[in-house]
Every structure is written in C-alpha cells, then in structure tokens.
Design a binder for this molecule. Structure first.
Ligand SMILES: [Fe+2]
Length: 133
C-alpha cells in the first residue's frame, strides 16, 4: 500500500478535515503483522518529519539513498539530546525512550530509508512547543 498525502514543509504537523495527520513524505508499508512492521519512506528535498515517539517499539533504520538528519530528545524530560547526520548505508536505532524528528538533509536530492519496527509501530506526535531546545 502506498500513501502519499501532501503536507506543508514549514509545518508538517498539519491535519486534514478528518483530523488525520498530513505527512509531507511518502510512506509505503512493505510488511506488517502484530509483531513487526517494515516501512519504506521517500523523503522529498528538505522535508522533515514532525516530532514523534515510537510507543513501545524498537526501530532500526537504514539509509538507502541520500542523507538524513535526525534530532533526538528525551521522552522523559523532553530535552534536546543530539543532532546527527546519516549517509547511504548507515544504520541507526529508535528506542522507546526517545522523541525524534528526522528528514532529508539535502535540498537537491530525494532520500530513501527503510524502517523495521517491533512490535508494530504506534507513534505519538508532539508539537515543537512541547520540546525543550
Ligand atoms: Fe521515528
């Protein structure tokens, strides 16, 4: 299943008329059951996700193409912890104790990532005002 919904690059947390989150990136679920979810994400130039956690899921992400930027916050304190950049082939992890934002670090090239979550992802979205820089 491929889902493409338009969003606003400056405010990716916009919602549509049915209060569904409007994403500014393309998310394709490759596999899903109760235990695991595999997702392919295509990131247009310069697009960032909104801040989110991953519920109780552990996630592993590999960069398939392009360059990804990630900002990590503590879920407990909401404080900023680190910013990192990841290139093609690199892997990083999402753990239940963090909130993060991620996106395409490039303004000229699309990026692609593959995400594996266990159990199946149930994420919660945060407004920037809920985070401490
Ligand atoms: Fe995430």
């Amino acid at each position: 299943m491929t889902r493409r919904v338009s969003g606003n690059k400056r405010n990716p947390a916009k919602r549509d008329k049915t209060n569904k989150l409007k994403l500014s990136y393309k998310r394709k679920i490759l596999y899903q059951d109760r235990s695991v979810e595999v997702v392919l994400i295509s990131w247009p130039k310069g697009v960032m996700s909104n801040a989110h956690d991953h519920g109780q899921s552990m996630g592993v992400i590999q960069i398939l193409d392009g360059k990804i930027i990630q900002e990590v916050y503590s879920k407990k304190t909401r404080r900023f912890l680190k910013r990192s950049f990841h290139n093609r082939g690199q892997i990083f992890f999402e753990t239940p104790d963090i909130i993060h934002k991620m996106g395409n670090a490039s303004n000229v090239k699309t990026a692609k990532t593959i995400h594996i979550y266990t159990p199946k992802l149930k994420m919660m979205v945060y407004a920037d005002s809920q985070l401490k820089k």
